[in-house]
Design a protein around this ligand. Sequence first.
Ligand SMILES: [Zn+2]
Length: 308
Amino acid sequence: MKQLSLETINIRYPPQNWLHLYTDGSLISREQGAGAGVTCCLFSLYRSLGYGTTSFDGEIVAISESLRNILCHINKFKNVVILSDSKAAILSIVSKHTPSSQTAEITKTHSQLISLNKRIVFQWIPSHCGILGNENADALAKKVSTATYRPVTKSTYYSVKRFIKSTYLDFNKQNLITQSQGKKWNSLHHNPQLIPDLPRNSSVAAFRLATGHDCLAKHLHRIGIYQSPNCPLCNSNQEMDSEHLKICASVAEHNIFEKYWSARGGHFGCQKKAAIVAACPLLQPNFCCGVYTPHGVFCSLLPESTNP
Ligand SMILES: [Zn+2]
């Protein structure tokens, strides 16, 4: 990746004709706020943005500062390429639909440079793959953690939106961790890989097996629908759960997700439906129109809010 990127930069923008200007934004913590870093052969700088700013703000300010500063070196270059690892920042600058005060300032400085017969190009580069200029700009942006002065920056609409979203997600995650203590699905917080990025039916099976809400005999027995927790397929007198599925002699499939769907269908599926119908005092004997939901059968006689 590094080699490919450097080749592209050097072929498209030969250093003898182009000034290579690397910019980067970084956010270490919400309290410290974001930092902006800029480096090229003419100057290097960094800037702290203050509390409540985002890494996106850092990227935008880095580009804005880079353009403002090359105005001080106007006779030393003809063409400039701004190399940023933020697609979002570049797209935001070139977008005509959502201009902000920050991007408007960049557009203004850009026009000023164009009027001085300078050529300015924005180029995205991959981050953290060892491109020296990008690594240096990143290190400068991270200097914000040691900065003693932190300005009070007026937050943009985008930053406020990101701030509210991240605060809500943090609160929600903490709440879920508290509520899941002692439960089987607590492991999902520490290992999200338990739910693989596979086709929907496999991911659904993985989720149900990981949480224990799998509608197998043990689960149905626990919630009072099934009379026995034991596996009705192999008659081994073992409780039917995710562990049993791995060794159940009546489920031939090799893959655990296929085993799950195989066990859920066929004989067990019919038994389960009959058990639910028998357990529901409201269902009529001639009931035949139940629709399976992830938790059982939809009972048309129960109020909608009380259905499982
Ligand atoms: Zn079995």
